[in-house]
Design a protein around this ligand. Structure first.
Ligand code: NAP
Ligand code: ZN
Length: 351
């Protein structure tokens, strides 16, 4: 029998999130049912539930930083059993046979199904995310959590913020001898700082918030720059191998491209709802610089990231909230007032 579970979501882009009941399917042969303990709150949740990106389907239940315990598995599932600590990130399905899927890069599959707002035969015809009590997902997209259970809430943000920063840091070889910038100290940015530091890079954090300067050092940055200050920016001209830009709003990219050394790359992971001003051609052709992008990460790399974090004792810095605090949490995120990720205690949905 399908299960009726409690969730938090919105009925329209201009409506606040509110309690709702949703249906989860009976686990199929390859499915894993997870009792969700915690779900992180990503800025993408705001973009989508407020219909800032095209194509939001309503009702929309956001949430793709999911951790919890397996409560049932289908007959063909052998890798997971009831009681296991697991996670689900941004992906719950893909075609499973294209070149991208074969390479473990399901995130780039043309038929990737997002954990929420993706097409599915399940009611109501689109996927519903982790601001809920349970989720059912194909075993391929379920990750094993090896952190101690006491850290579970702070593990949740690794499922999106962690992999979205880990993947480009690995792809562009962040490590010893490399100077890496992280722009924007929010949910993604604070993970980018921790991960680049753990990989052995020299890390410089860029923030618009003077109040985060000291935090940046605590998070693992070797230096912190307030990007509104031109003299501080100029001191780093032509010096970076890689800049990871996590900012959730349009801004002047040239100011950061000028900080790349020859053959350096700035990769965009922030996904604002309106475009950045187009960069100056000379910002790129001088010094043969690259401007790139990167989207989350594939399933094998997400497991690699979780294991890397477990091995290095890395979790997110979080503020745990009840589900009914979500609308206020969104407003605070828009003001940059979160250190550094809200995580919903999904047990609060039962109350
Ligand atoms: P967040 O926690 O809200 O952090 C964004 C940070 O950007 C802020 O903390 C702030 O840092 C900086 N910022 C500067 N000016 C801003 C402005 N006008 N408005 C908002 N932020 C501003 O967001 P997040 O969850 O890290 O997500 C960041 C972006 O990445 C979002 O657009 C999200 O949709 C996108 N995203 C992309 C992927 C992907 O696969 N590529 C995955 C997840 C999320 P300072 O105070 O330090 O300046
Ligand atoms: Zn996300």
């Amino acid at each position: 029998m399908n299960t009726n579970v409690k969730a938090y979501g919105a009925h329209a882009g201009d409506r606040p999130l509110e309690p709702m009941n949703i249906i989860r399917r009976v686990p199929g042969a390859h499915d894993v049912r997870i009792d969700i303990a915690y779900c992180g709150v990503c800025h993408s949740d705001i973009h989508q539930v407020r219909a800032e990106w095209a194509g939001t389907r309503f009702p929309c239940v956001p949430g793709h930083e999911i951790v919890g315990r397996v409560s049932a598995v289908g007959a063909q599932v052998s890798a997971f059993k009831a009681g296991d600590l697991v996670g689900v990130g941004c992906i719950v399905d893909s075609c499973k046979h294209c070149d991208d899927c074969a390479a473990g890069l399901e995130n780039y599959c043309d038929h990737m199904v997002g954990t929420y707002n993706g097409p599915t035969p399940d009611a109501p015809g689109h996927t519903l995310g982790g601001y809920s009590q349970q989720i059912v997902a194909h075993e391929r997209y379920v990750l094993r959590v090896r952190h101690p259970e006491a850290q579970l809430a702070a593990v949740a943000p690794l499922l999106c913020a962690g992999i979205t920063t880990y993947s480009p840091l690995r792809y562009w070889n962040a490590g010893p001898g490399k100077k890496v910038g992280v722009v924007g100290i929010g949910g993604l940015g604070h993970m980018g700082i921790k991960l680049a530091h753990a990989m052995g890079a020299h890390v410089v954090a860029f923030t618009t918030s003077e109040s985060k300067r000291e935090d940046a050092r605590t998070l693992g940055a070797d230096e912190a720059v307030v990007s509104r200050n031109p003299a501080e920016m100029a001191a780093h001209a032509k010096s970076f191998d890689l800049i990871l830009n996590t900012v959730a709003a349009p801004h002047n990219l040239d100011a950061f491209l000028a900080l790349l050394k020859r053959d350096g790359t700035m990769t965009l992971v922030g996904a604002p709802s309106s475009p950045h001003p187009s960069p100056e051609v000379f910002s790129l052709i001088m010094k043969r610089r690259s401007l790139a992008g990167s989207m989350i990460g594939g399933i094998p790399e997400t497991q690699e990231m979780l294991d890397f974090c477990a091995g290095h004792g890395i979790v997110a810095d979080i503020e745990l909230i009840r589900a009914d605090a979500i609308n206020d949490a969104y407003e605070r995120m828009l003001k940059g007032d979160v250190k550094y990720r809200f995580v919903i205690d999904c047990a609060s949905l039962a109350a």
